[in-house]
Design a protein around this ligand. Structure first.
Ligand SMILES: C[S@@+](CC[C@H](N)C(=O)[O-])C[C@H]1O[C@@H](n2cnc3c(N)ncnc32)[C@H](O)[C@@H]1O
Length: 231
């Protein structure tokens, strides 16, 4: 099984011998890859919808992996109660939904070694949620497929709250900026284009929300320019 760059970046955070829960598994590619390559010991392949879960079940059967991958029809982490899990993956969903899934089963989340989160949108909202709810962001990575950039966050519940980031760091990730990730230039170029467009669009707004957005856009652009200088 060859993974896409995005899913490979997720798989790279799985520790050898780990028991993994893949929430929103869909096609089941990640669980099959983790067992095929003897990375995970066991994977719980969870999905809220029967259609995607059936696709995962057929993938498991084709690869004769029923002893190592357990499919579970489950809303978020609900199906993991009473199960031992080392790492939880939530990939390919919006950042707000990922935050809600974590919040709905904090008792499970608190017990695992780490979380590998791959938000397609709402990256800033997810980082706000993590830092306000006692999670530490341990590491971040980027993946590129065609022109699209994907972010992967490795996090853990520590209970410590109140860490603050600069505006840009919520959108991109502090560790990505600090380590001058090779794909950082692509990500900030995309973001700069987006926020300059927002600035132009909001320049005709005089609502409180519009004015707030202008301030945010100016701050983002100024922080992007600062990061550019260091690259
Ligand atoms: C776009 S797919 C992502 C598949 C795979 N994780 C990936 O990254 O390629 C999103 C999957 O999440 C599932 N999903 C959405 N909300 C969910 C929830 N609350 N709990 C479990 N699965 C969910 C959907 O049914 C769908 O199969």
């Amino acid at each position: 099984m060859k993974l896409t760059n995005r899913l490979q970046a997720v798989a790279d955070y799985i520790k050898k011998g780990s028991t993994v829960a893949d929430i929103g598994t869909d096609h089941g590619y990640l669980p099959v890859y983790l067992i095929e390559n003897k990375i995970a010991k066991h994977v719980y392949a969870c999905d809220i919808n029967k259609g995607p879960l059936d696709a995962a079940i057929s993938q498991i059967k084709t690869n004769k992996m029923s002893d190592f991958i357990t499919p579970i029809l489950s809303n978020g982490l609900d199906g993991l109660k009473e199960k031992h899990v080392d790492q939880i993956v939530i990939a390919g969903m919006g950042g707000v939904l990922i935050g809600e899934i974590l919040k709905n089963n904090l008792s499970i989340v608190k017990e695992v070694d780490s979380l590998i989160l791959q938000p397609m949108t709402g990256q800033a909202e997810l980082r706000v949620f993590l830092l306000e709810n006692g999670f530490e962001i341990l590491e971040e990575n980027l993946a590129k497929e065609k022109k699209r950039m994907y972010q992967v966050i490795l996090a853990k519940y520590t209970g410590l709250k109140g860490a603050k980031l600069k505006t840009l760091e919520y959108h991109i990730g502090k560790s990505i900026i600090d380590k001058k990730h090779p794909l950082l230039i692509n990500l900030i170029s995309n973001l700069e284009r987006k926020w300059r467009k927002i600035l132009i669009e909001c320049s005709v707004c005089d609502s409180e929300e519009g004015i707030k957005k202008i301030e945010e856009a100016k701050e983002m652009i100024s922080e992007i320019e600062e990061v550019r200088k260091c690259l």
